[in-house]
Design a protein around this ligand. Structure first.
Ligand code: BGC
Length: 761
């Protein structure tokens, strides 16, 4: 089955065109059978498919076909392993092909602004660079097998509270550097077939009706040529959405929206050419998705389960390992405590919920690898109050064993689409059970199952070893058992900071907003950018993770090439990394850039590169991490563009955001970007500008030192020249000032910046 887009486009009636800009039901596009245009299917989701049988139910919330449930995004982000994520993408695509699914509605790449967001388990990280790199791998993996993706939710959808109405008020620099950056990276490097707009408003306009987002930034600046689909039910006014850049409304408001669109074109309110463009985007998507309809393929169920297990194990972050309690020694007798060991939590609730092909539990998996373990539930997952009988049994079981493995975590009701948490605490009954167990057996390994960060200080008080296992998908238990027993050496690193308390998080004062408004008052200072700027101690920093071996980095060399002027500045960061311990393992070498002096406020440091290296004991390797010009840039609201300012930058390399033993300062030469001088520019701005300064000296006929007089600059520096002119005295009057502005414009237009743009170490 295939069709020619141009030919079909030429033959469509206006009503057919209007109909094509909505789906035909919850998961299918609109077919035009007379012209051979089929309907294609789209479905969730990010860590496993949620394909409903037949044409789905009306609300799209019923059961779905069994599919491999991979670890959720917060888990796989902790692998910092794009190659693994790419393999998961390929596997998802293979399952999509087997279900004749053309477009997977994922990955979700919103930033984790607050630990409380109910969908944090579905998102990668608090850092835009890490999110972007991992999302590119996922999109590339899926699309390499001829299945489309939908990166979502564009944009500033960072909470569930009031998500359909809330207005996210975010300054442009913060949007560009934090909330849009991962979308930009994926759009410009991986060409996702579709982008899904968010439910919320962004600076006053619904994302679905926001021309700045959907057209100016997405298409005009980033060159997106795919299709923009609405989140399910995110179209509030069909015609403004069409005008803003939304191609496809899902699910359809059957009849109503197409009627409105056709009427708007007939009335001349919407140019026909604009509808034509939207329809062309829909037809192109359907054309790309059509081959999937004819596929007759299966997928390797066992192979995908094995991949899910590998991913679950690589997602594990070892947070603490006192006295090398882990890996469990074969001769150690183990008490396995916690209902989660029998009733696993492995994914979150909502539209991403997968019907898993099979489910493992930790009792079976640990028994298989370690031999007999004694299980006791210890607490009830769905209760917050103590159950004495369960507790007493668990204490007795723990007392009789050499080592205790205790699984605690967030109940399913805490982590769901549509609802944010109200605090970061673990349930009180679990903490009470933990304290009671620790009292009788200090050899306590705690395994955490949760999709988002929790307060860990009350856990660290009692645990000797601490393992963050996240929501690890259907093979989570196997992956955890692999790590506990040392079959797999943990290599996960935190993609989000664990603060001591919720109040330490920079969004605390402004989350989740009220009266349908949320102000992103913390600006750029999201995640570690906030904790670092306020010099706050944290429980576990961004990028942190231990291993059963040790690593060292050494011999940092940086080579700068290119020119800022033409966008080609680049830094090759090379370093030696060595496995200095006794077992094979993988290390994630992280590169951060800091700009110690800048005309704008900047985060203390920002992640700009990383690579995961697998090393045998005693092995050392030289690796190279490449940074591009963006690694040095900020978004200038004044110049309305990305800017690199001349000066020193410090490139720091090491193990996590607060352990960066290697640092080198490089000097980057960059053309100065002049602010246009006007009568409203201040005296200080005129003095700082070489031409402006010269003109002032000429006009005032004063010796050059006058303008260096610190008293003059302190007292009058912040005053606009127009105000100074009104004061009279020796200052240029209004007429002179007008002339100076004109001469400034002439001279600065004639002067060409031609510095040598290459930076130096
Ligand atoms: C979610 C999307 C999802 C869509 C379809 C929406 O409620 O926000 O992430 O893809 O439903 O299930």
């Amino acid at each position: 089955m295939s069709f020619d887009v141009d030919q079909v486009h030429a033959e469509l009636t206006l009503d057919e065109k209007a109909a094509l800009t909505s789906g035909s039901d919850f998961w299918w596009t609109y077919p035009v059978e007379r012209l051979g245009v089929p309907a294609i299917m789209v479905a969730d989701g990010p860590h496993g498919l949620r394909v409903q049988p037949g044409r789905g139910d009306h609300a799209g919330i019923g059961g779905s076909l069994p599919a491999t449930c991979f670890p959720t995004a917060s888990a796989i982000a902790s692998t910092w392993n794009p190659a693994l994520i790419r393999s998961i993408g390929e596997a998802l695509a293979q399952e999509a092909r087997a279900s004749r699914l053309s477009v997977i509605l994922g990955p979700g790449i919103n930033l984790k602004r607050s630990p409380l967001c109910g969908r944090n388990f579905e998102y990668f990280s608090e850092d835009p660079y890490l999110t972007g790199e991992l999302a590119v791998a996922m999109v590339d993996g899926i699309q390499s097998r001829g299945v489309g993706t939908s990166i979502k939710h564009f944009a500033a959808n960072n909470q569930e509270h009031d998500r359909l109405r809330v207005d996210a008020q975010v300054d442009e620099r913060t949007l560009r550097e934090i909330y849009l950056a991962a979308f930009e990276r994926v759009v410009t490097t991986a060409a996702p077939w579709t982008v899904m707009c968010a439910y919320n408003k962004v600076n006053g306009l619904s994302a679905s009706e926001n021309p700045w987002l959907l057209t100016s930034v997405l298409r005009d600046e980033w060159g997106f040529d795919g299709l923009v689909v609405s989140d399910w039910g995110a179209v509030y006014h069909r015609v403004p959405a069409l005008e803003a850049g939304l191609d496809l409304e899902m699910p359809p408001k059957l009849g109503r929206s197409p009627r409105e669109v056709a009427a708007a074109v007939r009335a001349g309110q919407v140019p026909k050419g604009l509808l034509d463009q939207r329809v062309r985007n829909v037809l192109e998507l359907v054309r790309k998705g059509t081959p999937t309809l004819d596929i007759d393929e299966d997928f390797d169920v066992a192979g995908h389960h094995a991949l899910a297990r590998r991913a679950a194990a690589e997602s594990v972050v070892l947070l603490q390992n006192t006295n090398r309690l882990l890996p469990l020694r074969p001769e150690t007798s183990v008490a396995l405590i916690g209902e989660f060991a029998r009733t696993p939590r492995y994914q979150g609730a909502g539209s991403s919920e997968v019907n898993p092909i099979r489910i493992e539990n930790l009792i079976d998996e640990l028994t298989a690898l370690h031999g007999d373990v004694q299980f006791a539930a210890g607490f009830d997952i769905d209760e917050e109050s103590d159950d004495d009988a369960l507790l007493n049994e668990a204490v007795a079981t723990a007392q009789a064993a050499d080592t205790v493995v205790m699984v605690i975590g967030l109940p399913g009701s805490y982590e769901t689409e549509g609802l944010d948490r109200s605090h970061m605490r673990l349930p009180a009954n679990q903490l009470a059970a933990l304290a009671a167990i620790a009292d009788v057996n200090p050899n306590l390994v705690v395994v955490l199952v949760n999709g988002a960060t929790v307060e860990l200080d009350p856990v660290l008080e009692h645990s000797a070893a601490l393992v963050e296992a996240w929501l690890g998908g259907q093979a989570a238990a196997g992956g955890i058992a692999d790590v506990l027993t040392g079959q797999v050496n943990p290599s996960g690193r935190l993609a989000e900071t664990f603060p001591h308390r919720l109040e330490d998080n920079s969004s605390y004062l402004n989350f989740p907003g009220d009266s349908h408004v949320v102000r992103y008052g913390e600006g750029l200072y999201v995640g570690y950018r906030g904790y670092d700027k306020c010099n706050q101690d944290v429980t576990f920093p961004f990028g942190f993770g231990l291993s059963y071996t040790t690593f060292e980095v050494d011999d940092l060399v940086i080579e700068l090439t290119g020119r800022v002027g033409d966008g080609s500045l680049a830094a090759a960061v090379s370093v030696s990394v060595a496995n200095t311990g006794g077992v094979a393992g993988a290390h994630v070498v992280q590169v951060y850039v800091r700009d110690p002096e800048s005309s704008v406020h900047r985060p203390v440091r920002e992640l700009k590169g990383f690579t995961r290296v697998e090393l045998q004991p005693g092995e050392s390797r030289r690796i190279q991490i490449d940074l591009d010009q963006r690694a040095f840039s900020f978004w200038s609201e004044v110049h309305n563009q990305w800017v690199v300012e001349e000066g020193e930058f410090v490139i720091e390399v090491g193990h996590h955001s607060r352990d960066l033993p290697l640092a080198t300062t490089v000097f980057v030469t960059a053309p100065s970007l002049r602010l246009p001088l006007t009568a409203d520019s201040t005296l200080a701005e005129w003095i700082a500008d070489p031409i402006g300064r010269e003109l002032l000296i000429e006009a005032a006929d004063a010796p050059p030192e006058t303008l260096q007089d610190p008293d003059l600059v302190r007292v009058a520096g912040t005053m606009p020249m127009a105000t100074i002119a009104a004061f009279g005295g020796g200052a240029p009057d209004h007429e002179t000032l007008g002339r100076l502005v004109a001469v400034w414009q002439e001279r600065s237009a004639a002067e060409k910046d031609d510095p040598l743009d290459m930076g130096t170490c």
